[in-house]
Design a protein around this ligand. Sequence first.
Ligand code: FAD
Ligand code: EPU
Length: 338
Amino acid sequence: MLQFLNKSLKSSNTFQLDVIADRVIELSDKADLSAAIADLSSSEGKRMILGGGSNVLFSGDYNGTVLLNQLKGIEVTGEDEEHYLITSASGVNWDGFVETSVKNDWYGLENLSLIPGTVGAAPIQNIGAYGQEAGNLIESVTSYDILNRTTFTLTGAQCRFGYRTSIFKNELKGRVFIINVTFRLRKHFTPILGYRDVAIRFEERESDGILAAEVREAVIEIRKAKLPNPAEIGNAGSFFKNPEISTAKFTALKQKHPGIPAYPIGNVVKIPAGWLIQEAGWKGRRYKNCGTYPKQALVLVNYGDAHPSELLELKEMIKTDVMEKFSIKLEEEVNIID
Ligand code: FAD
Ligand code: EPU
């Protein structure tokens, strides 16, 4: 377990913000887990866990202790006729985990290729992309309760996964360290081709002959064409969630804005926040050292040396303009760290 004082977090957050943490503990050996949690829970002041830093926006220097999770290891922990149970330590890189699963013929994760971050953060907002969500494949999550220093395991159902949410973003927010996640992955591959961008790639193919590696490759290409690479341009993916509005509100909006894209889900309608931001005039627009990405208005970017306050100002201006134009309140997907 390594410890650093007054350490820059620039390389530990994908917005690449040069903020300083009072103290950083790097946890890479499972044998140090109890000591690291004991240290964290008894440390004075603020404390937080950081994985890949790809879903956080620091609002300034962090006056507290950061536990940087680097626990590694992937194991087959069970199987039945149709599935493997695969347990991954929480500090494993998510896309490395997806790649390992595809190489080993453990199926289900392909559509979630190239999402940055760690396995341990996947259940927190129930990461999703291209027609799949991590929660659909999670068998259980084992965590350490930071307050009373006990470990406990929740089943997938107990995690209460929803669109970009789970128990970890609600009742358990800030209370636990996720140690490992067990996935129930299939032995037989069935491609998920419902999302338009993916469907187009495979429209000439028989579903039977499509390989998991091909779906992974297609998703990687789609993402590379649309989303900025955080190693080149600081960003944290979609900054806001796609809002869900009532059918009545949608009908009224559609009269005023006939081109509004919409995805009905049960008795609500999901509207792409990227479209709302674009129509509010923000697509590709710069503000000080930041802005929205020209190919995807939902992604806020740091063009270099942005101060956290610039991104906070930008996101507030966007929210105000979307509210004014559409009477829709955008909600942050990214975790703002005070
Ligand atoms: P961090 O940013 O380090 O942490 C996020 C939150 O989880 C923080 O509150 C942190 O305290 C907490 N946390 C992290 N690890 C633990 C742990 N072990 N125990 C307890 N709490 C913990 N997300 C999607 O859902 N779909 C996408 O398609 C997608 N695309 C993206 C594309 C880009 C280019 C980027 C930059 C981000 C994208 N994201 C996407 C968001 C992000 O990749 C995910 O939310 C990811 O799961 C965050 O992982 P992380 O390890 O970086 O978490
Ligand atoms: N759109 C625009 N202008 C834009 C961006 C989008 O009009 O600038 C409209 C288009 O109509 C487009 C639609 O929005 O067809 C959907 O866009 P896209 O396919 O890029 O997906 P998204 O809804 O913007 C969501 C997730 C992504 C995920 C993709 C693929 C949220 C908040 N975001 O984005 O997740 O990768 O779908 O499934 O749900 C993330 O969470 O960080 C993230 C990147």
